[in-house]
Write a protein that binds this ligand. Structure first.
Ligand SMILES: CSC[C@H]1O[C@H](OP(=O)(O)O)[C@H](O)[C@@H]1O
Length: 377
């Protein structure tokens, strides 16, 4: 049943078992308690699990820039938590507004494509300016830390809602069967505060006993699929198969996918979506094979100030990330390289819908949904 004929319904959000949720939290990208922040160095996964201390804003910037921590949601959360750690250590000084403004600008500059860090920076500054009226520096410091810490819980809550909305929407098209889905890049617990976005939909399908199979692309050049998604899924016992990026169109023809489900780094007002490079060609192949294509995006990844994806800044990563694998030279020495980390999928190719924490919407409904003018049925 094509997406445009399927009712966009508010699905029953079913509480996942504690066991399922605790398994999903097994790979914690972020370990935080007041005064202490550690990140899982994702450049070393899956063969080494090493947590590293983040004591300053600069530590966070360096970890984000080098992709030790990555994922639109995780970048914003780690960036903001590094502010909390500095505030708790008393190293921020008494001019909190200046400290926050300069630190947030620096953190936002680490990687330009994902929306979450820039959005969190704007919202945190607006909050702080409001809160600064009539409060002592100590009171303001505590308010700011509370706002930042709330990001962790909100992200996991949003991800669980999206997982369930997405699972129910996909199942609404195949009421009796289990489903097979294809995903790209890493959108799991390693890219968020926990549970994940697109991978969260796979988790919810699995928790409902309705995930026949998950296929993940290797996602060159960084291998986020092969190194991270395959690792997360295998650790939790999801039925998962790794394929090369190049085999994706063939797999769509041979493996009868129910849906292609991917994450998002920045979603424009018309639904155009920036995501890991390779997503655009998956959407083209899905359209050809008439497989519903879903984007999973919390409102924190949406940027309504952009009318379309035409103006999304696409980050280009260092050539060495393409010409070497695990530090070993792979390509012809000295070869010219173009290494965009993201591409933009036009909203016309997002045929299944955009799965948000508010429900599942067609791209044309997104702006109304995010501004409260439309609620899922
Ligand atoms: C909720 S993660 C969204 C998105 O972020 C990742 O990008 P990167 O690994 O380069 O930080 C990837 O595109 C995920 O799908």
């Amino acid at each position: 049943m094509p997406a445009e004929e399927r009712p966009v319904t508010l699905c029953l959000v079913q509480k996942l078992s504690a066991a399922t949720l605790s398994r999903a939290m097994m790979l914690e990208a972020i370990r935080y308690r007041p005064g202490s922040l550690q990140i899982l160095n994702q450049r070393l996964l899956p063969h080494q699990s090493v947590h590293e201390e983040i004591r300053t804003v600069q530590d966070a910037y360096d970890a984000i820039r080098s992709m030790k921590v990555r994922g639109a949601s995780a970048i914003a959360i780690v960036g903001c938590l590094s502010l909390a750690v500095e505030l708790q250590a008393g190293s921020a000084g008494d001019d909190l507004l200046s400290f926050l403004r300069e630190s947030l600008a620096h953190l936002t500059s680490a990687r330009p494509t994902a929306a979450n860090m820039g959005r969190a920076a704007r919202e945190l500054m607006e909050f702080t300016e409001r809160e600064s009226v009539g409060r002592t520096t100590e009171q303001l410091r505590e308010s700011v830390i509370g706002w930042i810490e709330a990001m962790l819980e909100r992200d996991v809550d949003d991800n669980q809602k999206m997982g369930n909305y997405g699972a129910q929407h996909i199942l609404s098209g195949v009421p009796r069967d289990a489903v097979s889905i294809l995903t790209h890049a890493n959108t799991g617990s390693l890219a968020t505060a926990g549970y994940g976005t697109a991978l969260g939909v796979a988790r919810s399908l699995h928790a409902l006993g309705r995930l026949e199979h998950l296929y993940c692309t290797e996602t060159r050049p960084g291998g986020e699929g092969a190194r991270l998604t395959a690792h997360e899924a295998a650790m939790e016992g999801l039925p998962v198969t790794l394929i090369t990026d190049s085999a994706a169109a063939l797999a769509m023809r041979e493996r009868a996918f129910t849906a292609v489900v991917v994450g998002a780094d920045r979603v424009a007002a018309n639904g155009d979506t920036a995501h890991q490079v390779g997503t655009y060609q998956l959407a083209i192949a899905a359209k050809y094979h008439r497989i519903p294509f879903y984007v999973v995006a919390p409102s924190t990844s949406c940027d309504l100030s952009l009318g379309s994806g035409r103006h999304v800044v696409i980050e280009e990563r260092p050539p060495v990330e393409l010409t070497s694998i695990s530090g070993l030279p792979f390509a012809a020495p000295g070869i010219e390289v173009w290494n965009p980390a993201f591409d933009v999928t036009p909203h016309q190719l997002i045929t299944g819908g955009i799965i948000t924490e508010l429900g599942v919407f067609l791209p044309s409904e997104l702006q109304a949904a995010l501004t409260g003018r439309l609620t899922a049925l």
